[in-house]
Design a binder for this molecule. Structure first.
Ligand code: PEP
Length: 256
């Protein structure tokens, strides 16, 4: 049975004090009883990456970066590289989130370069893909998403592909203006993702307006191996609740 991945990106939130308090609470729960069958991960802003990684060291919770450049170093003012985030404690790098594609000019090509850079330095690439509303409305979600994954993994060998985690996050479902997807909205995409990539990548996650109310039914969608959560997991109780739901889900049914 695969483990269930449950993670959160804090996006552009949380001071050092807030990051510390969340991470300490999470570490305490991890040391107390852990989460059987579940792999938690937390992606703080780069300012608190080192702090969070130190607090969660040895807890079993993976820590990641929200972005990293494809070059290892150089004159790229304002950017951080994979070696720099690894040095700060990241074991995973989020790549291609729709907000970066929309607001920061991320393209399929830069996403591909960043996936390669993450793998080159031993990080897990968390590859985010998802279709905009108009593509969903005309029934083009599956082709759009498969093309994004294909483009991001072009040129990778089988061993490299097996380290990639794909997070399917429909753009229309993400953030405060998003609407939660119904299982039937996304099951076709997961069916095809699993058929094309299921045995090639490490896991297929779902993200977009996941909360404690819909987490269990989302985990029941065939081929969903975990959840990538934003707002609902920005408080420690919110994240713990979803972790507990994933533990219960794993105890009753294995993911496919
Ligand atoms: C996201 O932005 O990746 C995300 C999943 O956000 P939210 O859960 O807040 O929709």
């Amino acid at each position: 049975m695969r483990q269930t991945w449950i993670g959160t990106s804090w996006k552009m939130t949380k001071t050092l004090a807030e990051s510390s308090s969340f991470a300490r609470g999470l570490a305490a729960r991890a040391h107390q009883d852990g989460w059987a069958g579940v792999q938690p991960f937390v992606i703080p802003p780069s300012t608190s990456l080192r702090l969070v990684a130190d607090v969660l060291d040895g807890s079993g919770v993976l820590v990641g970066a929200q972005n990293a450049h494809w070059e290892d170093e150089g004159a790229w003012t304002g950017e951080v590289s994979v070696p720099l985030v690894v040095d700060a404690g990241a074991r995973l790098v989020e790549i291609g989130h729709s907000e970066r594609r929309t607001h920061f000019g991320e393209t399929d090509e830069t996403v591909r370069l960043k996936v390669s850079a993450a793998l080159r330095h031993g990080c897990i690439p968390l590859l985010c893909v998802g279709e905009p509303e108009e593509v969903f409305a005309r029934g083009g979600s599956t082709a759009f998403v498969l093309a994004q994954v294909e483009a991001a993994m072009r040129g990778l060998g089988p061993d490299e592909q097996r380290r990639v985690i794909v997070a399917y996050e429909p753009v229309w479902a993400i953030g405060e203006h998003g609407r939660a997807a119904r299982p039937e909205d996304v099951s076709g995409v997961f069916e095809q993702l699993a058929a094309e990539f299921g045995s090639r990548v490490r896991a297929l996650l779902y993200g977009g307006s996941v909360d404690a109310g819909n987490a269990a039914r989302t985990l029941e969608v065939p081929h969903v191996h975990g959840l990538f959560v934003g707002r609902a997991a920005w408080t420690l109780p919110g994240f713990l609740k979803i972790l507990d739901i994933a533990v219960s889900h794993g105890a009753t049914c294995g993911s496919t």
